[in-house]
Write a protein that binds this ligand. Structure first.
Ligand code: NAD
Ligand code: MLT
Length: 312
């Protein structure tokens, strides 16, 4: 069986594929060199991707031998599920493997943005020493609003409680017990969370319902000086509305790991000083990548062997 890996996964993951008897080709350029990918994909039984390779109808039409798509990460945003389902192609992913890293990155963005750490770092690295202009705010005693109290949202909630934050959450799909379990106050409506929060952190999947769920209307309701973090998926906070709200001084800072279009070096958010931004690094730690790489390798191999796998 032949497996193509088009995006960087941990060496341990590649080794696990090879040790299972797979013939493995690794070519990271193929995630962006579309014509070449479409030309070679017919030779493979499985493909392993992360966020960049678009596995869509056009791709499936060329992937005439494909049996398995492995997404080395959480969610299947770049995989068209309908096309896979109608062809009997199994899609597997690793929803549990990088949650701690994504939670820690969300918290990193929150702290770095409210203390202007990247801006101050850039300033001193340019050989300037001046403490004015970087004054931040404390977390203790502030309210953090978590949108989506799932795997990552709940990790962020409990960690931020140790900073003395009050944590509230909006998540209409979970039980009262789950809010209680994490000591989080339930908000029945998103607007109640928005009105009360000093910080808002997004942890939902991208769906028709969540895309743009924090937009102009929500920013109008928010506290002046609210600070936002999005380490979930691009567009859950509407990017145009965020730019506007920042220019109007409604949003004091934003920590962003994900954009609607990725890769992206032209977003207007890049031009705003108090937006700190990372190129989709939420899961980029040694531990998460080892975990994701090995997990996806085992799932792809199991699926190719016709064994039971947790479907994405
Ligand atoms: P999860 O499925 O465990 O939790 C998501 C939660 O959102 C669930 O509790 C669900 O009920 C809730 N939710 C769904 N729709 C909602 C809505 N309309 N309003 C409020 N809540 C809603 O997911 P997770 O593993 O915690 O992942 C959260 C997000 O983080 C996902 O978007 C995932 O793709 C993203 N993620 C990003 C990175 C990164 O590198 N930046 C890494 C891992 C995960
Ligand atoms: C994920 O879905 O797990 C992430 O967004 C991380 C990634 O693609 O590396």
């Amino acid at each position: 069986m032949k497996v193509l890996v088009t995006e960087k996964i941990a060496d341990k993951g590649i080794e696990a594929l090879k040790n299972s008897g797979m013939e493995v080709d690794v070519d990271f350029q193929l995630c962006v060199e579309r014509e070449r990918l479409l030309d070679v994909i017919k030779n493979y039984d499985a493909i392993v991707v992360r966020s960049v390779t678009k596995v869509n109808e056009e791709f499936y039409q060329h992937a005439t031998n494909l049996k398995v798509v492995g997404r080395a990460g959480n969610g299947v945003d770049n995989i068209e599920m309908e096309g896979a389902t109608k062809r009997g192609i199994i899609v597997v992913n690793t929803p549990e493997a990088n949650t701690v890293s994504a939670a820690e990155h969300s918290i990193g963005l929150l702290i770095a943005s409210c203390r202007n750490i990247p801006q101050a770092n850039g300033f001193i690295k340019n050989r300037n020493w001046d403490r004015s202009g970087f004054k931040g705010v404390e977390l203790q005693g502030k309210t953090l609003g978590i949108v989506g109290l799932g795997r990552i949202g709940s990790l962020v909630a409990t960690r931020m409680q140790s900073f003395g934050m009050k944590v509230v959450a909006y998540d209409p799909y979970i039980t009262e017990e789950r809010f209680k379990k994490f000591g989080v106050e339930k908000k029945e409506k998103l607007e109640d969370l928005v009105k009360e929060s000093d910080f808002i952190s997004i942890h939902t999947p991208k769906t028709e319902e969540t895309f743009g769920m924090i937009g102009e209307k929500e920013f109008k309701l928010a506290k002046k000086g609210v600070r936002v973090v999005n380490c979930a998926r691009g567009g859950i906070i509407c990017e145009d509305a965020l730019v506007k709200a920042m220019k109007e001084g409604i949003v004091a800072s934003a920590g962003i790991d994900v954009l609607v279009d990725e890769p992206n070096t032209t977003s207007p958010l890049l031009d705003i000083d108090n937006v700190i931004i990372t190129p989709h690094l939420g899961a980029d730690t040694v531990e998460a990548q080892d975990n994701v790489g090995v997990t996806i390798a085992h799932e792809v191999v199991s699926a190719l062997k016709g064994e039971m796998v947790p479907n994405a």
